[in-house]
Ligand binder design. Structure first.
Ligand SMILES: *[C@@H]1O[C@H](CO)[C@@H](O)[C@H](O)[C@H]1NC(C)=O
Ligand SMILES: *[C@@H]1O[C@H](CO)[C@@H](O)[C@H](O)[C@H]1NC(C)=O
Ligand SMILES: *[C@@H]1O[C@H](CO)[C@@H](O)[C@H](O)[C@H]1NC(C)=O
Length: 262
């Protein structure tokens, strides 16, 4: 209940500041060869990341990665060299951390090439690092709900570790609770890393989940009121959470970019 009180106060403060869902930031991007870093990605998506967003994935600096909270967030990035680059740029999903302090994003080779104007990809690749601007955008998975992958370290009935996938919208998931369907005894889960949450006190199934999503100044519960995991849930399986997140959190910045990059 405390959470609700906290969240209700903030929209008022926000309306006084410059609320913006598309703050543009100047940054730098580098190309990396995707094969090595995908399966080792700090968000732990492994090869599943190839299903995200057509495989357009990025390694973000620690400010964007935010100890893993930024895993699965989406950005539109375009480069600032008008001669070599198109104006729409590329939409990427964060799947990894880049510890380098010289770039903000490491882009897979395909995503990096997609920054270029027709015929200019080779010229762009020669730059290796390029000046870009980026803004956070909602993630869109038209044919997917938020999904829950049961991790291999889980042991029925009580040890449950899940990885959240296909997180839509433009928010952060800051809390995850699990309960037996129909029960009000919610058990909180703890973030292990990135999109992975765990509890050693999972109730017996069937199980339902609720999520607190927030970002910037606002937040709310997202709640699937139905069975997500069956009583006999299995490691390695991906279960549909029965909801998708479409909310867009605000940041404070000025000026706010109201244009579509195309
Ligand atoms: C960047 O990282 C290198 C090595 O980790 C360090 O020596 C350097 O001071 C850092 N530069 C900045 C601007 O933080
Ligand atoms: C991280 O950044 C460095 C330098 O900016 C770049 O060379 C490297 O390929 C990047 N790595 C990843 C995984 O993005
Ligand atoms: C998402 O969940 C809803 C509610 O359970 C369901 O009706 C819908 O078919 C699901 N969508 C997808 C794409 O699986």
């Amino acid at each position: 209940m405390k959470l609700f009180a906290f969240f209700l106060v903030f929209p008022f403060i926000l309306s006084l500041a410059t609320a913006c869902d598309r703050c543009v930031h100047k940054s730098k991007a580098a190309a990396f060869s995707s094969s090595s870093s995908l399966s080792a990605g700090a968000c732990g998506y492994g090869s599943l990341a190839l299903n995200f967003n057509g495989g357009f994935v990025a390694a973000a600096n620690s400010e964007i990665f935010r100890d893993g909270v930024g895993c699965g967030s989406c950005f539109q990035i375009r480069c600032r060299n008008r001669e070599l680059c198109n104006r729409a740029g590329v939409k990427v999903v964060v799947t990894d951390l880049n510890k380098s302090n010289t770039t903000d994003f490491g882009l897979g080779v395909r995503a990096f090439a997609a920054l270029a104007r027709p015929g200019m990809a080779d010229g762009l690749k020669r730059l290796v690092i390029t000046d870009v601007e980026h803004k956070r955008i909602p993630c869109e998975y038209p044919n997917k709900n938020l999904s829950i992958r049961v991790e291999e370290s889980s042991r029925r009935p009580n040890l449950l570790t899940v990885k959240l996938m296909y997180q839509g919208g433009q928010t952060d998931i800051v809390a995850v609770d699990v309960a037996r369907v129909g029960s009000a005894a919610w058990q909180f889960m703890t973030r292990s890393y990135g999109p992975v949450w765990t509890t050693s006190r999972a109730p017996g199934g069937p199980l339902q989940f609720r999520f607190v999503v927030t970002g910037g100044y606002d937040g709310k519960w997202v709640w699937a009121q139905q069975a997500v995991l069956p009583p006999e849930w299995r490691s390695g399986e991906v279960y549909d959470a029965g909801v998708q997140i479409t909310d867009i959190a605000q940041e404070g910045c000025s000026p706010c970019d109201t244009q579509e990059w195309r």
